[in-house]
Write a protein that binds this ligand. Structure first.
Ligand code: ADP
Length: 448
């Protein structure tokens, strides 16, 4: 079998395995186990200048090839254009997007540097798969260097309506870059419709025909096992005892403005204010590890959330009850799986999300005999696979409060029926299926 080349902003640390590995590494595990592979990208390290030659580490049949990024390149490509311009725009938040020509130039320069370092390592029959918004131009940069291999691209985040995307300066150039790919994957049919329209708008009808939706999933069985094993362990039981029989609501997100956390906290406050029977009977644990702490908007969000937590606990707490527990540290995955299994409600209300794997993890973690209820934003890509969830508009705190009340008072038979509607596709549309379907589309592409 020919070699698979993965190109991504971050390359997993070769030492990372199983539960500690990043989401993409888990999703690709099967594909990488079956064939020789090269994983190329940023090392995560910052140096004086961007390295020209990758550092290679070989583990089994996988070669990891990484480049350190220069300080300026990191600032412009990663913090500036990727996180400051593209991330908010792709999540429909044009008002938060900043644009600077030097950032845009840095983004293109790093993509060109990636292509220049990767091209000499390629074999004529490699299959190349580039990932996410950091790397829109890498395929075109490889083509410019004469690469004729099959190259696919997958966008893990949403793609907004064309008019919104095209308000970003130089958007047309990014769309033209996409035409270099043989297959362009997105998470949902809505994203596919938006991206095709955007491509058609810049005269790339042929590229538009190569856009397909491939919803990403989780390794459901492995996550269920993690959750089952966590029950009875010391950390899980200590937490259970601290709840003294109160129903648990759980939220798990990176601390990001796309996740709708202020509105969610406000919604929980509304629950306590409007549905008084839940007072002293419920505990909401929000785990939100700080991410991108070096970007200004993320620091501002953190302050805003600190205020919300103080306000809600200050207003509603009793001497023996704090309604909201909030942690900005990461929690180990096995512990988190156990907490999810204990929670009567999984609260997942992003304002916009490419997929949202936490929603699927919550479903996979449940006890089939006594499952909890998922309260889910209608703007998460995962909606299509989770028909049993209670859907909310994440911008409407009253709707969140009403859904929480409905979930907390739901009879066991309805909880079970709703969970069964969700678990079927969480199991079926797993990470492996996602990978297999993308690659079979890509590898069939040039043979057609
Ligand atoms: P995003 O990719 O935007 O962070 P997803 O929900 O798609 O959102 O994926 C997040 C992944 O990170 C999930 O696998 C989730 O379990 C994990 N994760 C999120 N928050 C935490 C946390 N506080 N501790 C440990 N893992 C977390």
């Amino acid at each position: 079998m020919n070699r698979l080349v993965i190109v991504a902003n971050r390359v997993p640390n070769p030492g990372e395995r199983g539960a500690t590995a990043g989401g993409l590494a888990v999703a690709l595990k099967d594909a990488l186990a079956k064939r020789e592979a090269l994983w190329f990208g940023w090392s995560g390290q910052i140096a004086e200048a961007t390295a020209a030659d990758p550092v290679e580490t070989r583990i089994g049949r996988i070669t990891y090839a990484t480049l350190d990024l220069g300080r300026e390149d990191h600032r412009r490509y990663y913090l500036g254009f990727s996180n400051g311009s593209l991330w908010p725009t792709l999540h429909y938040r044009l008002g938060l997007a900043v644009f600077a020509r030097e950032d845009h130039a840095g983004y293109r320069a790093v993509n060109a540097a990636f292509a220049a370092a990767l091209a000499p390592m390629l074999r004529p029959d490699d299959t190349i798969w580039a990932h996410d918004f950091h790397l829109f131009p890498v395929g075109a940069a490889l083509r410019a260097l004469g690469c004729r291999q099959r190259i696919g691209f997958f966008l893990h985040v949403p793609f907004p309506p064309a008019g919104l995307f095209c308000a970003l300066p130089r958007a047309a150039e990014l769309l033209t870059d996409l035409a270099a790919y043989d297959v362009i994957g997105v998470q949902t049919e809505d994203d596919a419709v938006n991206l095709r329209a955007a491509l058609a708008g810049v005269g790339q009808e042929e590229a538009a025909a190569r856009v397909h939706a491939f919803p990403i999933g989780i390794e459901a069985e492995a996550f269920t096992t993690l959750a089952e094993k966590a029950i009875g362990k010391r950390e899980t039981e200590r937490f259970r005892q601290s709840l003294v029989d109160r129903a648990l609501i759980i939220g798990v997100d990176r601390l990001d403005y796309t996740k709708g956390l202020p509105q969610r906290f406000c919604g929980y406050g509304q629950l306590l204010a409007r549905f008084k029977t839940h007072r002293s009977k419920v505990t909401y644990l929000q785990v939100a590890p700080v991410s991108r702490g070096d970007v200004a908007q993320y620091r501002a969000l953190r302050r805003e959330l600190d205020e919300w937590v103080g306000r809600i606990n200050g207003q509603h707490a009793e001497p023996d009850w704090a309604p909201l527990r909030y942690m900005t540290r990461a929690v180990a995955r096995p512990v988190l799986a156990g907490f999810m299994r204990m929670a009567r409600v999984g609260l997942v209300t992003p304002l916009r999300d490419g997929m949202n794997l936490v929603a699927k993890e919550y479903v996979a973690a449940q006890d089939p005999e006594d499952p909890g209820v998922l309260v889910l934003s209608r703007f998460a890509g995962a909606v299509a696979q989770l028909p049993g969830a209670l859907l909310v508009n994440p911008l409407d705190p009253d709707e969140i409060a009403e859904a929480l009340d409905q979930a907390l008072t739901m009879k066991p038979a309805e909880r079970k029926a709703r969970w069964e509607e969700c678990i079927v596709s969480v199991r079926r549309d797993g990470a492996r299926a996602w990978c297999r379907e993308f690659l079979s589309r890509l590898e069939g592409a040039n043979d057609a």
